[in-house]
Design a protein around this ligand. Structure first.
Ligand SMILES: [Fe+2]
Length: 171
């Protein structure tokens, strides 16, 4: 599974380049919080809509790594981020391909797809990204307590970056 390989590669990179960062603490905290959402009830109402929602997730991860790659202060992280980004683009293509087949079979309408996409965008913001940031923040700043204000400030600061950095986002 490529997502696990991504995690192992990033963990190895951080252990080498940023040994003072407590990866295990961040991972344990994230896993504890996020695994609560990894239940069947969180899936989309039909297979086609879940596949559409997965496209949102893959778009988000693609954007994250496409932004990180050119910002990397050294080439190893940049190359790693580029390789992961390419995997995420492929994941998107696979989910989209299967979505098209299932959507036709299920007769899914455009409004249901839009509702699903919008819902998953909200979940990524409230769950995936929020808990990832929270635990990375706490591991990087053990002397400070995490608040929602920290997450809002992070989002405000970095929200414009992908459009400014990824060349295709300007088109
Ligand atoms: Fe992926």
């Amino acid at each position: 599974m490529e997502e696990l390989q991504h995690g192992r590669s990033l963990r190895r990179y951080v252990a080498t380049a940023w040994p003072e960062f407590d990866w295990e603490r961040a991972y344990r905290g994230f896993y504890r919080d996020y695994s609560r959402f990894c239940v069947l009830g969180q899936l989309g109402p039909t297979p086609a809509l879940e596949l559409a929602a997965r496209c949102v997730v893959e778009t988000g991860t693609t954007t994250l790594y496409a932004t990180l790659a050119p910002l990397s202060p050294e080439p190893v992280l940049g190359q790693l981020a580029t390789r992961i980004k390419n995997d995420e683009v492929r994941h998107y293509g696979q989910f989209y391909h299967h979505f098209l087949g299932r959507a036709e079979a299920e007769g899914i309408g455009r409004s249901a797809v839009i509702r699903t996409l919008w819902g998953r965008v909200g979940e990524v913001k409230r769950e995936d990204a929020c808990y990832a940031f929270k635990h990375a923040f706490q591991a990087g700043h053990p002397e400070r307590s995490f608040t929602d204000a920290e997450y809002r400030a992070f989002r405000r600061h970095y929200a414009p970056w992908p459009a400014a950095i990824i060349p295709t986002a300007r088109r």
